[in-house]
Design a protein around this ligand. Structure first.
Ligand SMILES: C[S@@+](CC[C@H](N)C(=O)[O-])C[C@H]1O[C@@H](n2cnc3c(N)ncnc32)[C@H](O)[C@@H]1O
Length: 314
């Protein structure tokens, strides 16, 4: 058993004292996991970390957290172990039409301004912690509602650090909990029943490109961070401040000068001293490059709406 002596011990739950998360292995694993995944288990989450990891410890035939630490660091199959850990850490809490003001701002302000300013350049949107896919599907629905999807060149990239979540997203089958905030009319228009669950219709699902990207690995993120719009919502709540700074630095270094970053409602970068600033876009807030706030807030849709109306005319 790891630890002992004067170390503080943390039971792993499951009603057993089989393994305990003592101070030394806790600190080693906490720092290693924060470095590789961004996710921080501070002291208040030590028990949660023990619960999450204990399954992986036993599944690998190990008898201590310290052995699991060595497995993650030195095993030949370390990549596979990190992948299993990302799946274990994923919190699959998401639903359609979460913070709808942001997808409205995208569809009604940001996208029109983009096509006015760059008529020939596709609009690239990255859902960077897409979980089981409700977020990118909501983005596609909002764009369809605005009459833009499949009419203008729009790419929706949807990634998550957990391969298991991405697989579920790609499969696109949703139960009632995912619909708790989506207006019935939109559910009826964009989903079809499949057994006791629902699938998005082809038109909103087929254009989404799915992939696995770890937001703590700059090299994996860089090709995506050039997107015009990044949705990175409800993942920084789990990250260390240092990991947030590192991820946001990759975003800000690669996003176009008129790019947008949408975060979750309880997430803020203001105290972290990053080179992005908050701008009010429609009824939502987004981060834009420093010095761009006023220009971003002035984005007007009228010229573009005139274009859409003209294109739609018989
Ligand atoms: C609570 S869900 C958020 C889903 C969606 N963005 C939303 O706001 O509804 C958090 C997601 O972050 C993912 N995640 C955690 N750490 C990550 C990392 N380092 N890289 C990419 N995704 C990560 C988890 O796998 C999980 O799917």
């Amino acid at each position: 058993m790891a630890g002992g002596g004067g170390d503080r011990m943390q039971s792993l739950g499951y009603g057993t004292e089989l393994f305990s998360l003592a101070d030394a292995p806790y600190a080693l694993l906490r720092d290693l996991i924060a470095q590789h995944t961004g996710v921080l288990f501070d002291e208040s989450k030590r028990g949660l970390m023990a619960d999450k990891l204990s399954e992986l410890v036993t599944a690998n035939g190990l008898t201590s957290f310290l052995d699991y630490y060595y497995l993650l660091r030195y095993d030949d199959q370390a990549d596979a172990h990190w992948s299993a850990l990302m799946n274990r850490l994923a919190v699959p809490e998401t639903f359609f039409w979460r913070q709808p003001d942001q997808v409205h701002a995208l569809a009604n302000v940001v996208a029109p301004a983009h096509f006015t300013n760059h008529p020939r350049r596709p609009l690239r949107i990255w859902s960077a912690a897409c979980c089981t896919g409700e977020e990118p599907v909501s983005i596609a629905i909002a764009l369809a509602e605005a009459g833009l999807l499949n009419k203008y060149p729009i790419e929706i990239l949807a990634t998550d650090g957990s391969a298991a979540m991405v697989e579920r997203a790609r499969n696109g089958l949703y139960g009632d909990r995912s619909f708790r905030q989506l207006p019935e009319a939109l559910k009826a228009r964009y989903f079809q029943p499949d057994g006791d669950r629902w699938r998005p219709i082809e038109r909103v699902h087929r254009g989404i490109h799915w992939g696995v990207v770890n937001l703590a690995r700059a090299a994996e993120m860089e090709p995506f961070a050039t997107a015009d719009v990044i949705f990175c919502r409800n993942v920084f709540i789990y990250f260390s401040d240092d990991a947030i700074r590192r991820t946001v630095r990759v975003f800000s270094e690669h996003m176009p000068h008129d790019g947008y970053l949408f975060l979750g409602a309880s997430e803020s970068l203001t105290r972290l001293n990053v080179d992005l600033e908050l701008a009010e876009i429609g009824n939502a807030f987004a981060y834009v490059k420093e010095g761009r706030r006023q220009i971003a807030e002035q984005a007007r849709t009228s010229a573009f709406q005139a274009t859409v109306a003209r294109d739609a005319a018989p």
